[in-house]
Design a protein around this ligand. Structure first.
Ligand code: PXG
Length: 293
């Protein structure tokens, strides 16, 4: 089997040769950011939305990306082509670049490093979409937005990893994190939605969430289908008493949740609104055409 080809700063390297410096500040300090993007049938799904978030995040972190958006988009497609992939999970990463052992970003090259990996997809088993997953709320709090704003998809995912570990160690698939005010924020790699009395609700960006591309896509599909949908502050109580609960994210797409902290959600089975939105989302993917940035 031929090795996957990885893009690093303008060149492609076989996986076993694709290496970055131990002096890269992405490695030393988590000084960088990333995107997880899907390609379906050769189209980079929600390409503009992912690149907009990537460039906004870089701007927040004062990271000077090496390429204009249009050329970064071309890198995504080149990665698919070199790896002969039409359906893929693409990881786009920018780091502050190579520096010294000090924190000061000025001692790094003025240009960020850009890395792109196109992998074949590992899907959750289809059974999980039919049965739904069981989740917990985590003791690990979402970081305060004045420390490290989770709206930037930075290379610092330790609190998410600690929350995910708590879930996995206790036999659950996912954990929901609460923000510094004790409100529901999001899962470790997914946004959260509930359905209550026919209304779909999801926390607003001010709840300290990553504004997911899948989240925004599902919101617009739900509104187009005339569902009532509100961005609203949610408490743990709202999760426990929801009729339906589901998560959205690039990797999971849209996945039903049937229990939270040991409480069944609704009747403990994926609900009709969730299943309808999952169907609509999958239909949207099938007909999706990337129109550029
Ligand atoms: N919240 C957080 C904290 C995330 O990391 C989402 C929501 C969903 O956003 P999108 O744009 O994907 O709808 C994410 C997604 C993975 C994985 O492989 C996913 C993410 C990060 C790391 C790994 O499941 N981000």
């Amino acid at each position: 089997m031929t090795e996957p080809m990885i893009y690093i700063d303008g060149d492609f390297y076989a996986k076993s040769q694709a290496k970055i410096s131990v002096f890269d500040h992405g490695f030393l300090y988590g000084d960088g950011l990333f995107e997880g993007i899907r390609a379906y049938n050769g189209q980079v799904f929600l390409c503009r939305e992912h690149l907009d978030r990537f460039y906004d995040g870089a701007n927040c972190l004062l990271i000077n990306l090496p390429l204009p958006k249009r050329e970064t988009r071309a890198v995504l497609y080149e990665c698919l082509k070199r790896n002969n992939l039409k359906d893929s999970y693409i990881r786009l990463i920018a780091t502050r670049g190579i520096g010294d052992l000090g924190l000061n970003p000025r001692n790094c090259a003025d240009r960020a490093s850009l890395i792109c990996i196109a992998a074949s997809i590992t899907l959750y088993p289809e059974e999980l979409y039919r049965k739904g997953m069981k989740i917990i709320t985590s003791a690990v709090q979402r970081s305060h937005p004045e420390c490290l704003n989770p709206r930037v998809k930075s290379l610092n995912y330790l609190s998410n990893i600690m929350a995910k570990t708590e879930a996995v160690n206790n036999g659950y698939e996912e954990a929901v994190m609460l923000n510094h005010r004790g409100e529901v924020a999001e899962a470790t790699g997914d946004n959260i939605f509930i359905v209550k009395n026919g209304t779909i609700k999801t926390p607003p960006p001010s709840a300290v969430i990553l504004e997911g591309c899948t989240r925004n896509c599902v919101i617009s599909l739900a509104r187009k289908a005339k569902y009532e949908l509100r961005e609203e502050t949610l408490a743990r109580f709202d999760l426990y008493t929801a009729d339906e609960l589901f998560l959205t994210g690039t990797a999971a797409e849209l996945i039903p949740v049937t229990a939270c902290d040991g409480r069944n959600i609704g009747n403990g089975k994926p609900g009709p609104v969730t299943l309808d939105l999952l169907k609509k989302f999958r239909q949207f993917i099938k007909t999706y055409k990337d129109k550029g940035v």
